[in-house]
Design a protein around this ligand. Structure first.
Ligand code: FES
Length: 124
């Protein structure tokens, strides 16, 4: 086995990450998968997922919560909870939510991310 050599000194080394702090305090994944065809499973992309992901990203930027040590809003493919969607999952808690509109997204951000509360009414 080859020993690890840091060929990219600008990148963090193993020692830099030894304090167990996650790279992002909250890492948020929106399923944007979209299926075509009338006999297929439902898909988040057909229920406003892209608009919701963009709204979340913008709101996190407005709150100055975007970036390392803070929050990252990402797009994801199918997370296999299609029938409960549209879905979003927040790590490291691994909390899953569904939503209908931007006010639901705002509530998830304001309560889960900012205040550290679970939004029971949207949890799946
Ligand atoms: S399409 Fe979103 S979880 Fe499967």
């Amino acid at each position: 086995m080859t020993a690890y050599h840091n060929e990219h000194p600008e990148l963090p080394t193993e020692n830099d990450m030894s304090d167990d702090k996650p790279f992002y305090e909250h890492h948020v994944f929106f399923c944007l998968n979209e299926r075509e065809g009338k006999d297929c499973r439902p898909s988040c992309g057909k229920h406003g997922a892209e608009k919701a992901q963009k709204h979340a990203k913008q709101r996190i930027k407005e709150l100055d919560l975007s970036g390392q040590g803070k929050v990252r809003i990402n797009k994801a493919g199918c997370l296999d909870r299609c029938e409960e969607g549209p879905v979003v999952v927040i790590y490291p808690q691994g909390t899953w939510y569904t939503y209908v509109d931007n006010s639901d997204i705002d509530e998830i951000i304001d309560r889960h991310i900012v205040k550290g509360e679970i939004v029971e009414r949207l949890k799946i």
